[in-house]
Design a protein around this ligand. Structure first.
Ligand SMILES: CC(C)(COP(=O)(O)OP(=O)(O)OC[C@H]1O[C@@H](n2cnc3c(N)ncnc32)[C@H](O)[C@@H]1OP(=O)(O)O)[C@@H](O)C(=O)NCCC(=O)NCCS
Length: 249
C-alpha cells in the first residue's frame, strides 16, 4: 500500500471491509477489525458518468497497489454507451444479474443515494473494500466503511468516519471529527468543516460548505453552493447562502 493511501483494508467481524488509518479501529463502526487483507475482484455497478468515474478511480488505485483489487468490468441494466466503454478499455459484463451470485465485490457507481442504498440491500454483498484514488488522503484515526469511495484530490483529516457506500467526490475536504453516514453523496468541491454530522442518504451539491458542528438529517438535500450554518432536518432540501429550506408552493 502506498504511503499516501493512509492504511490497509481490513475485514470487520460483521463482514464489512473497512479501511482504517491505523490497525486499531475505534469501537462503534463495524466491530473490531482483524488484519486480514485479500485481493478482491471488483465490478462497478452502473456505466453512466458516475460509474465511469468510479472505474477510473478503481484502476488508478489498483495501479499503485497491485495486490489490493482488480477491476473486472462494469454492469448496467440500462443501455450503456458501449463504444465509449470500449474506448476506455472497460469490459461491459451485461446486467447486474450476470454477476450477482459471483464472488466479486460490487462497487455502486450511481450518484443517487437512494439508488445506492437499494442496490446494496438488493445485492446483500458485504465483502467490498473502500476505494481511494492515489491522490486522496486519509488522516490518522479515520476510517472508511465498505464500498466507500474517495475520489481524486479528496482530503479527509483526523478522526473522521465515513459510512458504507458513501462517495466523496473530486476535490472535497472532510475535516476533523466528522461523522458521515451510509450512502451519502458528497459532490465535487464540498467543504465539510470540523465536527459535522451527516445522516444516511444525504446528497450534498457541488461546492457547498457546511460550517462546524452542524448536523444534517437523514435524506436531506443540500443545494450546490450552499453555506449551511444551522442544522438541517431530515428529508429537507436547503439551498443558498445562508442555506434555507426550499418552500414547496
Ligand atoms: C437545490 C436543488 C436540489 C434544487 O433542485 P430543484 O428543486 O430541482 O430546483 P430547480 O432547478 O427547479 O430550481 C428552482 C429554483 O431554485 C433555484 N436554484 C436551484 N438550485 C439552486 C442552488 N443550488 N442555489 C440557489 N438557488 C438554486 C433556481 O434558480 C430556481 O429559481 P427560480 O424559481 O427563481 O427560477 C438543486 O438545484 C441543486 O443545487 N442540486 C445540486 C446539483 C449538484 O451539485 N450536482 C452535482 C453533480 S456532480
Amino acid at each position: 500500500m502506498s504511503a499516501n493511501l493512509g492504511g490497509s483494508p481490513t475485514t470487520s467481524l460483521n463482514g464489512d471491509v473497512l479501511r482504517t488509518s491505523t490497525n486499531n479501529a475505534p469501537d462503534g463502526v463495524g466491530g473490531s477489525p482483524t488484519t486480514t487483507q485479500t485481493t478482491t475482484q471488483l465490478v462497478v455497478v452502473g456505466a453512466g458518468g458516475h460509474g465511469r468515474e468510479l472505474a477510473d478511480i478503481v484502476r488508478a488505485a489498483a495501479a499503485v497497489d497491485l495486490d489490493a483489487h482488480e477491476l473486472l468490468g462494469v454492469v448496467d441494466d440500462g443501455a450503456p454507451d458501449r463504444p465509449l466503454l470500449a474506448r476506455m478499455g472497460l469490459r461491459f459484463l451485461g446486467r447486474l444479474d450476470a454477476v450477482i451470485d459471483r464472488p466479486v465485490g460490487l462497487l455502486l457507481g450511481v450518484g443517487d443515494p437512494d439508488t445506492r442504498a437499494a442496490l446494496d440491500r438488493g445485492t446483500d454483498f458485504a465483502d467490498v473494500p473502500s476505494i481511494m484514488h492515489p491522490t486522496a488522503t486519509l488522516g490518522s484515526e479515520s476510517e472508511l466503511g465498505a464500498g466507500a469511495v474517495l475520489a481524486q484530490g479528496v482530503h479527509v483529516t483526523t478522526n473522521v468516519r465515513i459510512g458504507r457506500h458513501s462517495h466523496i467526490n473530486v476535490g472535497s475536504t472532510v475535516s476533523h471529527d466528522c461523522r458521515v453516514g451510509a450512502y451519502v453523496t458528497v459532490c465535487p468541491g464540498v467543504r465539510l468543516t470540523g465536527n459535522v454530522t451527516v445522516g444516511d442518504g444525504v446528497f450534498i451539491g457541488a461546492s457547498a460548505t457546511v460550517l462546524p458542528g452542524v448536523t444534517i438529517g437523514t435524506g436531506a438535500i443540500i443545494g450546490a453552493g450552499a453555506v449551511v450554518c444551522t442544522d438541517v432536518d431530515e428529508a429537507t432540501t436547503v439551498r443558498g447562502v445562508p442555506a434555507r429550506p426550499v418552500i414547496l408552493l
